[in-house]
Design a binder for this molecule. Structure first.
Ligand code: NDP
Length: 447
């Protein structure tokens, strides 16, 4: 078995040697899916996994735009169309200076499995740009988004590829992108998700990733007869996913101790309650400030510069910022401090070594492709509502989201049980996601 996995990974490494994040994501899948493939004759000779690690298409393009000083700026735009076996490509756009082909290929690859797990008909894709939205005026953001879409529009469409938001891309950016797509195509169509409520957006979509992550963690805790009630919860990030994860934790009776951004984390021993969270939402979403400014209103809290919050004692950890933000030593500290559950809101926030620590300690650990799938699932629900030209109520969407998270949890239980009864959610999510995509690829032949 080991030699099968090694041979496969060597081949992928040869072809993608400068793409560490992509290789990390492939390795995690290969280690759990290859042993499953080997045990099932139907996959013999089909090279399914090798086909899955090669994007169907990777588009890279120039984005030139003019800043407020009248100077011409040039960024690089991308769209990775990874796999369309079970539906049109679907996945977010990330605007962040670290964006490159490796990061987008890792995200697109994960997205294929995640979208499959939702049971909705969506293939996987991801895109974005190395554009840094920090410190840019609204007009600069608009000009950049318009320039970006003036190229991307050729490759997307409501039945081809439906982008959404991700880091640095929220409702404001989706609005500018949608406006330019509509102008160029002369049609009002559900080509992007995460739209505003007055122009085709779905209720609960802004909340969905964070809420879904907490619903998933709740299901995991239930397997131990436990819940969020009275638990100390450490959350990283302070963007879309972190904010709504924190909100749901509070609704379920947990205590949120931390939030963070790329400059450091705040620790509020008294707990970040609803009022304080509303302050953070205003600070981050409207004023576009830094998390350290929390202390100006709540001076009893601490700001720990340049660090991640994993050193704070907690029972539950929700990494909701970015990839590889939780490393092996952090995982050891969490375990030492009594953490019993880690549920990823971000994509691949835990390194491979950190996951090994969680598995060794046999705590509940959910990989992002299962626990943060609520965002894309609700995007799928937004697409359905756009096609129906209809709008479901908040309660209807929230109930569908809960059902989807519960079904993803069931799929993980079906494929993730180890011999000793421990649920390996990484194995469960990878195999459950793989089975459906592989079946569709085999049915469609070698294309
Ligand atoms: P936002 O842009 O709203 O927020 C991102 C947060 O993460 C900010 O607090 C940001 O801080 C912090 N962050 C970004 N990069 C770093 C870094 N290198 N080190 C430390 N902190 C960092 O993004 P989202 O909340 O939408 O996304 C967060 C994560 O969730 C990402 O991994 C994304 O892929 C994933 N995700 C998002 C979904 C969605 O629906 N939005 C769906 C599924 C997954 P700062 O402001 O300083 O940059």
């Amino acid at each position: 078995m080991k030699s099968n996995i090694e041979a496969f990974l060597n081949l992928v490494k040869e072809r993608n040697s400068h793409e560490p994040e992509f290789l990390q994501a492939v390795e995690e899948v290969a280690e759990t899916v290859i042993p499953y493939i080997v045990k099932h004759d139907i996959y013999y000779g089909k090279n399914i996994l090798l086909r899955m690690v090669e994007p169907e298409r990777l588009i890279s393009f120039r984005v030139s735009w003019v800043d407020d000083k009248g100077e011409i700026q040039v960024n690089r735009g991308y769209r990775v169309q990874m796999n369309s076996a079970i539906g049109p490509y679907k996945g977010g756009l990330r605007f962040h200076p670290t964006v490159n082909a490796s990061i987008l290929k890792f995200l697109a690859f994960e997205q294929v499995f995640k979208n499959s797990l939702t049971t909705l008909p969506m293939g996987g894709g991801k895109g974005g740009s190395d554009f840094d939205p920090k410190g840019k005026s609204d007009n600069e953001i608009m000009r950049f988004c318009h320039a970006f879409m003036s190229e991307l529009f050729r490759y997307i469409g409501p039945n081809t590829d439906i982008p959404a938001g991700d880091i640095g891309v929220g409702t404001r950016e989706i609005g500018f992108l949608f406006g330019m797509y509509k102008k160029l195509n002369n049609e009002f169509t559900g080509v992007l998700t995460g739209k505003g409520m007055s122009w085709g957006g779905s209720l609960i979509r802004p909340e969905a990733t964070g809420y879904g992550n907490v619903y998933f963690a709740e299901k995991m805790l239930e397997t131990k007869g436990d819940s969020f009630k009275g638990k100390n919860v450490v959350v990283s990030g302070s963007g879309n996913v972190a904010q709504y994860a924190a909100e749901k934790v509070l609704q379920l009776g947990g205590k949120v101790l931390t939030l963070s951004d790329s400059s450091g984390y705040i620790y509020d021993e008294a707990g970040i309650d609803e009022k304080k969270l509303a302050f953070v939402m205003e600070l981050k979403n409207v004023k576009r400030g830094r998390i350290s400014e929390y202390l100006e209103s709540y001076p009893n809290a601490k700001f720990v510069k340049g660090k991640t919050p994993w050193e704070v004692k907690c029972e539950i950890a929700l990494p909701c910022a970015t990839q590889n933000e939780l490393q092996e030593d952090d995982a050891k500290v969490l375990i030492k401090n009594g953490c019993i559950c880690v549920s990823e809101g971000a994509n691949m926030p835990s390194t491979k070594e950190a996951i090994a620590v969680f598995h060794k300690a046999k705590i509940l650990f959910a990989p992002g492709k299962a626990s943060n799938a609520g965002g894309v699932a609700t995007s799928g629900l937004e697409m359905t509502q756009n096609s129906l030209r209809y709008k479901w109520t908040r309660e209807e969407v929230d109930n569908k989201l809960k059902d989807i998270m519960s079904n993803i949890h069931k799929s993980c239980l079906e494929y993730g049980k180890d011999d000793d009864g421990y649920i390996d959610y990484v194995k469960g999510a990878n195999i459950a996601g793989f089975v459906k995509v592989a079946e569709a690829m085999m049915a469609q032949g070698v294309v």
